[in-house]
Design a protein around this ligand. Sequence first.
Ligand SMILES: Nc1ncnc2c1ncn2[C@@H]1O[C@H](COP(=O)(O)OP(=O)(O)O)[C@@H](O)[C@H]1O
Ligand SMILES: [Mg+2]
Length: 280
Amino acid sequence: MSSEPTSPQLASGGEPAAPAPTNTNANPGGTADCGPAAAAGEPLIALRHVNHWFGQGEARKHALKDISLDIHPGQIVICTGPSGSGKTTLLTMLGGLRSCQDGSLRILGQELHGASREQLAQLRLNVGFIFQAHNLMMFLNARRNVRLALELHPRYYGQDMDALATAMLDQVGLGDRGDAMPANLSGGQRQRVAIARALVARPRILLGDEPTAALDKDSGRTVVELMQRLAREEQTTIIMVTHDNRILDVADRIVIVEDGHLASPEQEAAFLGRMRDPGH
Ligand SMILES: Nc1ncnc2c1ncn2[C@@H]1O[C@H](COP(=O)(O)OP(=O)(O)O)[C@@H](O)[C@H]1O
Ligand SMILES: [Mg+2]
């Protein structure tokens, strides 16, 4: 087994990644709410023959079709594919925002097929989300927005949540903007506050749905490099949906969703070849 990749490396589908070391961060907020820990070497997330349908009868839509996928701790996975192909459906399932109807979905060692609302809520304590729109509370300053994510976790009760929020803002380069209202921040700064909010409670999994779509090239790059650095430092697993070809190089693995299916390893390789072609 090799060690964790240190440079961007595009693996083909199905290739197992080296299990990354267990969480090595100083973790000032205390240990993560891991629930049942995944056994050593086990993927952090494992899907087997997962299907998902929306609606009933004539209108029933088969949105995810027989998806099998392993994601390992500390990996950065980029998910791409045409609009309407099922990327958001897949991402929300990985984050416990919807239940698994058919097939097996194991996250952090726990089977989530038919999971209860309580089980999904517990899972979500280990997950940070970043959406295309920053979804900040416009009537709260940056620090209070970040703090909100800590207030969900009983283990932070009694801790200095303002100090933890400020320290996280500092990590995203906004340590001196804690008092700023979102309206007074730029788009890139607001998205960095959203990243601080997603990461402040030290989630094991960070999910992004087109997190750079609303940003210009430079701020998009800054945001992605920040996510990459934090993934490496905190051993956070990142799964990010994007159409942004400029950020594919940060991925350890690229997954392509087409009409509800995962593309084959050959299709993934062909896609990567086209992306690497300077004439593209
Ligand atoms: N809540 C929903 N109810 C009904 N159909 C949905 C719902 N969410 C998504 N779909 C349908 O499922 C398919 C996949 O959607 P989605 O996962 O949002 O695709 P993507 O993120 O790749 O654009 C689309 O045909 C979409 O219309
Ligand atoms: Mg989507």
